[in-house]
Ligand binder design. Sequence first.
Ligand SMILES: Nc1nc2c(ncn2[C@@H]2O[C@H](COP(=O)(O)OP(=O)(O)O)[C@@H](O)[C@H]2O)c(=O)[nH]1
Ligand SMILES: [Mg+2]
Length: 288
Amino acid sequence: MTPETSPGHRCGVVALLGRPNAGKSTLLNALLGERIAITTARAQTTRARMLGVLTRPAAQLLLYDTPGVHTSERRFNRVMTDSALRVADDADVRLLLHEARGDWGEAEEALAGLPAPILLVRTKCDTGAPTPVPGPDRFAGVLEVSARRGKGLEALVEAAIAHLPEGPALYPPDFLTDAPMRFLAAEQIREVVFEQLRDEVPYGSAVEILEWNEDDEAIRIRANLLVERDSHKGIVVGAGGQTLKRLGTEARRRLTRLAGKTVHLNLWVKTDRNWTRRPRRIRELGYA
Ligand SMILES: Nc1nc2c(ncn2[C@@H]2O[C@H](COP(=O)(O)OP(=O)(O)O)[C@@H](O)[C@H]2O)c(=O)[nH]1
Ligand SMILES: [Mg+2]
């Protein structure tokens, strides 16, 4: 009998929830030991749910990273919050991530009201001892972690497993994510844009993969970096095309690491007015 089918084996869905910047994507990457979800110092980096599969001898955890939950009324923010709450609905256990030193607000209170079991996860504990939160007894457990230092991760995994139903593994042991490579690539490019450009551009930018040609040695990618305004296009291109060139070089470096083979990246900039307000466009770009 293989471990995946042995009696007592558990398998289930674990939702990572919390306000933007709580440290969800960083925690997912730390648990998996791979950078599949992009993370930045800016709020609202994550736009789509992302599955990461963590396989242990006794259990398989289907970890879902989600966009941050918040109370803004903008359409795009609403789509992202809805997407997070749908994941929460289907989860066997919910992790409510909250920064060790952060204030407790509406987003946390809303998430604390979701069906049990909920584990409260105090994140970024390397920044100092966690401050008290209201009603800790509401939660099935309180965990302290630092994704950056790799602290508290095993205890968290054990606590989550305890709430999963018994059942066989749903994915092969080496399976990491169901996200298509094309989507991971688009996300990596977007991460570079978030890191390297000033505030207004990243929030309204998206990456559309136009062509993807892959053989054993290399991948040739043609992609559009979509921005919401012509003025943003100028910023992205930069004087003499320098900024776009720098973005492309860094993105290519990350994609090569991710793919494990040579990547040729042909990156263009295009204005796509108000795409964040058009539901169909949001879906086409893979964010909903
Ligand atoms: N000091 C510290 N910073 C962290 C930790 N985890 C995440 N961060 C930072 O917090 C910011 C937001 O992280 P991210 O994972 O993108 O948050 P998300 O919006 O909840 O997915 C990034 O700048 C991370 O580097 C941690 O364990 N310690
Ligand atoms: Mg995130």
